[in-house]
Design a protein around this ligand. Structure first.
Ligand SMILES: Nc1ncnc2c1ncn2[C@@H]1O[C@H](COP(=O)(O)OP(=O)(O)O)[C@@H](O)[C@H]1O
Ligand SMILES: [Mg+2]
Length: 723
């Protein structure tokens, strides 16, 4: 027994697991007790309560943490299982590679890989010692039975040494794996994080952030679970079981013993997995009923006043009592099925032990009969020992060895049920992570992509060219989107795009930035098709000030320096000045170090836009996109931001999307987009002379500034110009 409870402190049930899994389990009721199963020292499991946030170091709670979290996840099981997810070998290999062959992290790749290899050396070492120690113990017993005391003492020393090394290997493996898993965690998180950033804007616009984070978090955790439970524990345990069968058949030269052992182990495994799967419904039920009675209790007490109004105390008591009863019933079911599993597991194990020992006894008897037949006295062990070679069969020591082997082998198999559960859960979590990793980025660099050239070689005057661009979003019908637009932006000039809401103005800027690839035609920057240049160099050359800027929850300085992380103090001050931010920043007690709050909510719209302009100025790109950068601001703020925008736009090739035509009046070229096509193009004056759509919009805007004379005009203008 002492040996068994010791087994509980295997890596399986370490404190690390408790914390990791406790983090995962969430309770819908505040401070609600959570139900979990504890693997008791006999390898069985009993249901118990514990506070979710308790962090006891005991091994028992380790086991609880393990099953606890898994129970909590059970409610999501079905939903996840229903998802048609597949876990390909390729994605599994990608996810587990960092555990087997880690790359560089904080420590060098060489060190990480050596540690990973040493982990396996330790696993093999531990298994070899557990396979050889019964043999040595058997030899000691045989020597003793032959009254060879000197040999006995020798074997005892070897036996003790092997056991000690076994523990050394086991603990060594735990320590080494800790480092390996840390390195793998870092690497895997980075792989997933990088992958998420490589996915298309479309994917990011459609995703549910919570789901993605959960898949990422649980998936990475699942990789660790799979490594610990499957690769470092279950598979070696199976190999050990097979090795024991082989030893029984070959070393003891007794095939029936090997076959018997194999059959028992096989039945034991299949049986344990079967019963564990059958018990799942009880475990789900206990979680449900436990939540239910806590919910009823909370609800009833929260509605204390209402209960009084309707004198419904008895009703509440009855309802609560029923819920508690249901919980108790499922509690009994869990415990009873657990006892059933324990009893039958023990029956199988004792059956295996009994059968193997009987077979060993038969083997010993065979040997003894042979000795007598060869003229030895039945009591004379030494005489028999000299005959051993010719007589064969088993000796007394082999009986001891078989006993030790069977006990050794079944001991870890006690945890098979819990481990099986953990592995199944991990596989489900891995599937969602693998789905996430299987998402392909839509926009990728061409294999022979080159850096964006600094200037247009064939036509130095042209900075950007849209050449008959056709595009629609993946979720849009083909009749929508851009239907073949062409225009050129001369170097160092400002091109404005105007048009009604949904005309495709933002889409044009996204194609320019290559957040999407065009369906037909081409977008050329400095004479090169954007699909031929690296995304990094293209995007590095374009600054964007969007309509609504979001900020990192950091200081103003950090947000400005996002434009260029290595900018000097003087450069930051310069752009702050240029973006007309100095007055605002000087008025803040903490100046540039002021925190902007979540998404920059502590700043006003105008302040945020000026920070966005400042960071764009710091980036100092040759191309700038201003997508309705001032449209969410009031007119007075707009004017102050406009000045900053003018600084940003000067000497750069600038694409301005605006609906207040006054702000783009001086643009070098104005493009009127309508229904995915370029309707008109020219300077302000030319477009007014054309007396087309632009002129209409302009006239309407004049009315607007002069004060609309009729309400219908205003509505009409709003519709068209997205006020
Ligand atoms: N990611 C998207 N997926 C599908 N449709 C989109 C997406 N983004 C925009 N659209 C649609 O494409 C059309 C053009 O959008 P957009 O270029 O943003 O118009 P705007 O001219 O107002 O900037 C709109 O009808 C819009 O609903
Ligand atoms: Mg837009």
């Amino acid at each position: 027994m002492a040996k068994k409870s010791k087994e509980l402190s295997t890596p399986l049930l370490s404190d690390y697991d408790v914390e990791a899994v406790q983090k995962k389990s969430s309770s819908p009721v505040p401070n609600k007790k959570a139900v979990g199963e504890v693997t008791d020292s006999a390898g069985g499991k009993v249901t118990t309560h514990s506070r979710n946030n308790s962090k006891s170091k005991s091994d028992q709670q380790g086991a609880e943490g393990l099953t606890n979290g898994k129970e909590g996840n059970d409610t999501n099981d079905d939903k996840q299982e229903k998802k048609k997810a597949r876990l390909s070998f390729k994605s599994l290999a990608l996810m587990l590679k960092p555990y087997f062959w880690p790359d560089k992290t904080a420590s060098s790749a060489m060190l990480n890989r050596t540690l990973a290899l040493l982990t396996w050396v330790c696993v093999v070492g531990a298994k070899l010692s557990s396979l050889s120690s019964p043999i040595i113990l058997g030899r000691a017993s045989t020597a003793l039975s032959h009254q060879l005391y000197h040999d006995t003492a020798k074997y005892i020393v070897v036996y003790v040494a092997i056991n000690f090394f076994g523990v050394l290997f086991k603990e060594g493996q735990r320590m080494l794996y800790l480092k390996v898993s840390q390195a793998a965690f870092v690497q895997l998180s980075e792989i997933v994080f990088k992958h998420l950033h490589s996915l298309s804007l479309d994917w990011h616009l459609n995703k549910k952030l919570g789901e993605v984070l959960r898949s990422m978090d649980r998936g990475i955790q699942a990789c660790d679970t799979l490594m610990q439970y499957l690769f470092l524990w279950l598979i070696p345990a199976f190999i050990e079981a097979i090795a024991v069968c082989v030893i029984f058949a070959l070393y003891f030269n007794y095939l029936p013993l090997g076959i018997t052992m194999f059959v028992f182990v096989f039945v034991y495994i299949v049986y344990t997995i079967g019963i564990t799967t059958w018990r799942k419904k009880f475990r789900k039920n206990i979680t449900k009923t436990d939540n239910d009675w806590h919910d009823k209790c909370t609800d009833s007490l929260v509605n204390f006043e209402t209960v009084k109004y309707f004198t419904a105390e008895d009703f509440e008591k009855k309802r609560f009592g029923e819920a508690v009863k249901k919980y108790q019933i499922s509690n009994v079911q869990v415990k009873a099925s657990m006892s059933f599993l324990n009893i039958t597991q023990s029956f199988l194990m004792q059956g295996a032990l009994g059968t193997c020992l009987i077979l060993a006894t038969i083997g010993i008897k065979k040997n003894s009969v042979c000795c007598v037949n060869n003229g030895c006295d039945e009591e004379d062990a030494q005489c028999c020992a000299t005959l051993n070679e010719s007589c064969g069969g088993m000796e007394l020591g082999d009986f001891v060895a078989v006993l030790a082997f069977v006990l050794n082998l079944f001991q870890p198999l006690n945890y098979l049920g819990s481990v099986y559960n953990a592995v199944v859960m991990a596989v489900i979590d891995l599937r969602s992570l693998s789905e996430l990793l299987a998402e392909n980025p839509d926009v990728i660099d061409a294999p022979d992509a080159f850096k964006l050239p600094g200037r247009n070689m064939s036509n130095p005057d042209i900075g950007v060219e849209f050449d008959n661009v056709v595009f629609h979003y993946p979720s849009q019908p083909e009749t929508k989107g851009l239907k073949g637009i062409s225009f050129k932006m001369r170097r160092g000039t400002t091109t404005a795009i105007v048009g009604t809401t949904g005309a495709g103005k933002t889409t044009v800027s996204r194609l320019f930035f290559r957040l999407y690839d065009v369906t037909k035609g081409a977008v050329k920057v400095n004479g090169s098709d954007v699909r031929m240049v690296t995304q990094k160099s293209l995007r590095g050359s374009i600054g964007v000030v969007p309509q609504a800027t979001t900020m990192f929850n950091d200081s103003i300085r950090a947000n400005i320096m996002y434009g260029r992380h290595n900018a000097s103090e003087e450069e930051v001050e310069k752009v702050v000045e240029a973006a007309q931010l100095s007055g605002f920043i000087n008025s803040l007690p903490e100046g540039l170090e002021t925190l902007v709050g979540d998404r920059g909510l502590k700043l006003s719209g105008g302040e945020k836009q000026r920070v966005a302009i400042a960071r764009c100025l710091l980036k100092d790109p040759p191309f700038v996109i201003l997508d309705e950068a001032t449209s969410s601001l009031d007119t007075i703020t707009e004017n102050s931001v406009q000045e900053a925008l003018d600084v940003l736009g000067s000497d750069r090739t600038c694409l301005v999307i605006a609906h207040r035509l006054g702000t783009i009046k001086n643009a070098d070229n104005i493009i009127v987009l309508d229904n995915g096509l370029v309707l008109e193009e020219g300077t302000h004056d030319i477009l007014l002379q054309l007396n087309g759509k632009y002129a209409d919009m302009w006239n309407m805007q004049l009315h607007n500034t002069a004060g609309f004379s009729s309400r219908s005009n205003l509505l009409n203008f709003e519709e068209q110009n997205e006020i």
